[in-house]
Design a protein around this ligand. Sequence first.
Ligand SMILES: Nc1ncnc2c1ncn2[C@@H]1O[C@H](COP(=O)(O)OP(=O)(O)OP(=O)(O)O)[C@@H](O)[C@H]1O
Length: 288
Amino acid sequence: MNSNSLLYIENLEKDVDDFHLGPVNLTIEPGTITAVVGNNGSGKSTLLKLILNLLQPQMGNIRVNNMLVHGDNENWKQFVAYQPQTTIGWDSFTGTMLKDLIAPLYPNWDELLFQKMIELFHVPVDKRFGKLSQGVQQKLNLALTIPRNAPLLILDEPTNFMDIPSKKILIDILVDWMEPGNRSIIIASHQIDDIRKLSDYLFVLHNGEVIGNFEKEELMEHYARYWLAGAVPETPIPGAISREGNVLISDNPSETEHFLEINNVKWNNRSSLEMEDIITLLLTKKEL
Ligand SMILES: Nc1ncnc2c1ncn2[C@@H]1O[C@H](COP(=O)(O)OP(=O)(O)OP(=O)(O)O)[C@@H](O)[C@H]1O
């Protein structure tokens, strides 16, 4: 563990009925954005709730800023701002009332950012939360979470009801929010744009099992698609994970290219895989 780590998770395991999460080992350093990616029911929300001490693990430890979240000392809470997927008990409050309740709890509350987000997202702050559409509720919820300016921002599927222009606005806001360099974001998301444009790391879960924590750029370079000039040789090709007609996908481009070269097989084109394809491969093949 680096003493600067904002979050340190060690050998975490959790059972919820017949669902098992873990073991999870994860370190989050300042200045990074980690997307938590996985199939439905893979344990993304469960993991986030464990970090927030809203669920108790069977095994393992979670430290926020070097403080155990399941210890007696609750000082770690000032280092985390969390937006859950759903909020309970907000329906009869207006945005202004919620802001007046929440802002005083956070010494670093950024009122200018709150006002800017309300304006950019066109949130009517005088309407009751329960009367807002799901997308506007998400926008208000974000405007009540990001300006807390806690070093670790945890967002659970923050954009799934939001329209496309608003998603772009949020990405810009989050990029600006990261500017000071000592903050981190963990974002659970199925939105490919959130993952592609925001994340430095992808923490991938499949049915409660950790597939890996991948540096995004390395992951993108890990795969390549080739359009071969001739027929694909019948013999096994190192790295090839899929062959259809003359199109070959490799998860080890250097080995594949070496093989093609020594076997004198030319290719017309080579491209990276789309992030969507890579995630699909990770979640269906479950290995790298
Ligand atoms: N309150 C609960 N009671 C019983 N089982 C639960 C509860 N909450 C979650 N689970 C189970 O835990 C597992 C993980 O759920 P979780 O919500 O963490 O997944 P997720 O990856 O966030 O899913 P999604 O992508 O659909 O939001 C699922 O099998 C789910 O059925």
